[in-house]
Each structure stands twice: as C-alpha cells, then as structure tokens.
Design a protein around this ligand. Structure first.
Ligand SMILES: O=C(O)CCC(=O)C(=O)O
Length: 254
C-alpha cells in the first residue's frame, strides 16, 4: 500500500485531530457529484433527512410548515449513485486512511454516508459535538471524511473545529443529553474560544477524528452548500454487538 502522507501530516492529524488535503479531487468528479446532488434535491429522491426532522434551533416546526421540506442530508450516498461510491472507495482515499489507521480500512454506512446540504433559508447551525455520538465501536477511533463540492467558509455554514479537542476528557456536566457541549458552561466557553473556521474550496477534503469537537453555522450566502461525508474505521475496531453500528452495512476496502 502506498504511503501518501508525510510524517508532518501524520503528526498534524495526531495532534490536531484533523487533516486538510487541499484539491484532492479534480473538478470534473466534484461537478458530477454536484449535478447528482442538485437533481436529487430537486426531485427529493429518498431517503432524505429534513431540517424539520433534525429539529435544531430555528428549524421549520414540521414537514408541512413553511420550509418544512428543506433537506438537511441526502442519505445513503453509497447506494444512491456510483459517483459517490467511487469517491468513497477510491484507492487514493483508502491509501490515506490506511496510513492514518495503520491497518486495513472499512467504511461504516451506519451514519454519515450522505451528502450534507445547508440551505440559505431554513438550514440550521449545528452545535459543538463529536461524531462518535453517531456510532458504537470498541474504540473512539473513527474518521469522518468531508469532501467540499463547493466553497465552504464561516459565511455559508462551513465547519469549525477545536484543534486537539479529540484528546480532551470531558466532565459529565459539560455535555447535554444529546452529547452536545452545553453553551452555558464556563469551561465550554473557554473551549469555544479556541474554535477555528475552515476555508474549503471545491475538491478539498478534510479528515477528522470521531472525538474532535466541531460545529457549523447557518448559511448566510445565497447558494446551497453541499458536502459528501463518509465514515471509516480500522479493521481491528469492531462495532459493539447489538448496536445500530453492528447492524449496518460495513464495507472492507483494503
Ligand atoms: O454542516 C453542519 O451543520 C455540521 C454537520 C455535522 O457536523 C454533523 O451533522 O455531524
């Protein structure tokens, strides 16, 4: 297996909990995924998750209220179109993940496996959380892979990270019942102050540890933002028996 990452990049991932790979995917591949995304959004091709279902602050109250059919995610990206599958299983990406895990790579389709969209009118901000809330594995050691299909920044709801926060040990009172950092806790406010905004262009890829705290704002631009997001784990890190992670499709990628 080739080793595309330098020692400095490996160290950066270990220390910061994320790694940005600028221009990893050519424009043509991104444009193809964007065209599928726009078509499926327009035709509401199932399965979708709507802002009204997620219910974050400012979301439409119900599917039938104004803006109620604003999509949050096109789910099942792997099953949805070959262009997403090709990206998620591409040898170039698998080689990067293999190096980060130090072993064979599996994709879990238990969560993510989607195109995340953020709409200007009814798209909502996401509070500070870590993605491990979505899965149940032996170790908190999964990696989310986020591919920008267009520009992402603080003005259109781009990601914010707290570098190094994957190493923190949290006190129970810092998190709410959904595993978000409680905004009113002073220790959390000190953490939020360390948050940085990522600037992504089309084709940029950011890989982040499932313990890294991240958040995202609203989309104040006039264009829908779209990002393809998949999640991976090392072959030795097994889903816990009886959980949704164990019941979901898991793909060995080598
Ligand atoms: O785009 C956003 O609002 C953040 C999405 C996110 O981090 C998540 O759904 O886990």
């Amino acid at each position: 297996m080739e080793t595309p990452l330098s020692k400095a990049q490996l160290d950066a991932f270990r220390n910061d909990g994320y790694l940005l790979l600028k221009g990893m995917l050519p424009a043509a591949a991104c444009q193809q995924m964007l065209a599928v995304t726009q078509d499926h959004l327009q035709r509401a091709v199932a399965p979708l998750e709507y802002e009204a279902e997620v219910g974050y602050a400012g979301a439409p109250a119900s599917l039938d209220s104004t803006g109620g059919r604003t999509a949050r995610r096109l789910r099942a990206a792997w099953q949805r179109d070959d262009s997403f599958r090709q990206w998620a299983s591409s040898p170039q990406l698998v080689a990067v993940l293999h190096q980060l895990f130090g072993e064979a790579v599996h994709a879990t389709l238990a969560h993510h496996n989607c195109v995340m969209t953020k709409h200007p009118d009814f798209g909502t901000a996401t509070g500070w959380h870590r993605d491990i809330r979505y899965w149940s594995f032996e170790r908190n050691d999964l990696i989310s892979v986020w591919l920008a299909l267009g520009p992402e920044h603080a003005g259109n709801g781009g990601l914010k990270f707290i570098p190094g926060s994957h190493k923190l040990h949290m006190q129970p009172g810092q998190m709410d019942e959904l595993d978000f950092l409680r905004p009113e806790v002073p220790a959390n406010q000190a953490l939020f102050a360390q948050g940085i905004s990522l600037q992504l262009e089309q084709g940029d890829v950011v890989l982040f540890h499932s313990g890294l705290f991240h958040a995202a704002g609203r989309n104040d631009s006039d264009t829908v933002k779209a990002s393809v997001v998949f999640a991976y784990h090392g072959a030795s890190n097994h889903a816990l028996p009886g959980t949704r992670s164990a019941a979901s499709e898991d793909i060995a990628l080598g």
